[in-house]
Design a protein. Structure first.
Length: 277
């Protein structure tokens, strides 16, 4: 048995233990004045020390949060106060991420009061040439959501991915990804199905593509999306394309958003590679 390190916060210790479990390493936490990490199998010491060095540099990296979701248990003995949920949301999300979430919620509430038709009339994709110079319409369709499940799904991913991009690459980068993906995904969806659509999912799929490829090609950026999650996104695309569940899904917007995100990540990582030479 070896004492590896200690953390002053129990949740930080649990996050590292959960992550190492996904790597096939079993660690234990012993509660003393601090949370002490203990390793039973000394043959795994080198791996643990290498991973610990990376963890200490960036304990809030998405890979550790995802590991807690996949490997964490309710037997850890940790208690979380409700107020910490909101603190966690604010900690991960920058001003742009929170502003877009607030706007989406506000628009959704107004849609419940005034109806979808009113919202589409003011914020929907341009219906004809007379609306082309109402510039906001090329982007504001992303704020429209037509069901509670629709808005919850999109805002969860927007917060998870958009917050990470904003925290690590800045509000400007997230703003550019959002504008380009909203514009191009909306344009493609209008070509396929007309102007009666809305939602942040085109932007969300762009963030999925961007975060995954950025993490694969430039791990030092701190931007990352697990391969299992990008696999889920692609499976959901296929399901939506064939209408397996009879859902009204903006397939063209999703595919376009994903391609936009991949293209932007490719360009950004190519530039990063040039600067490293």
């Amino acid at each position: 048995m070896m004492r590896i390190t200690q953390f002053s916060h129990a949740r930080t210790a649990q996050a590292f233990v959960d992550y190492m479990a996904t790597r096939g390493v079993t660690l234990r936490i012993e509660q003393e004045s601090h949370s002490v990490i203990v390793l039973d199998d000394e043959s795994q010491l080198q791996m643990v020390e290498n991973e610990l060095a990376q963890f200490v540099r960036d304990p809030n990296h998405p890979r550790y949060q995802a590991a807690s979701w996949h490997s964490g248990t309710t037997r850890s003995g940790l208690r979380y106060e409700r107020s910490n949920i909101w603190a966690a949301i604010r900690e991960r999300a920058g001003p742009l991420t929170l502003s877009v979430m607030t706007l989406c919620v506000a628009v959704f509430i107004l849609m419940q009061i005034a109806g979808d038709d009113v919202a589409l009339a003011w914020l929907g994709w341009p219906a004809d040439a007379s609306q082309y110079f109402q510039v906001w319409r090329w982007f504001s369709h992303a704020l429209l959501h037509f069901s509670l499940l629709h808005i919850l799904f999109n805002l969860m991913w927007w917060w998870y991915l958009g917050g990470a991009v904003e925290k690590r690459l800045g509000s400007g980068k997230l703003f550019v990804i959002m504008l380009i993906s909203a514009l191009l995904s909306g344009w493609m969806q209008a070509k396929f199905s007309g102007v009666l659509f809305g939602g942040l999912s085109g932007v969300v799929y762009a963030l999925m593509g961007y975060c995954w490829l950025r993490g694969e090609r430039d791990p030092e950026s701190g931007i990352y999306l697990e391969r299992g999650l990008i696999g889920f996104a692609i499976v959901w695309l296929v399901i939506g394309w064939y209408g397996a569940f009879g859902l009204a899904i903006a397939n063209a917007a999703h595919v376009t958003g994903l391609l936009v995100g991949l293209a932007m990540a490719f360009v950004d990582t190519r530039h990063a590679a040039r600067h490293q030479r």
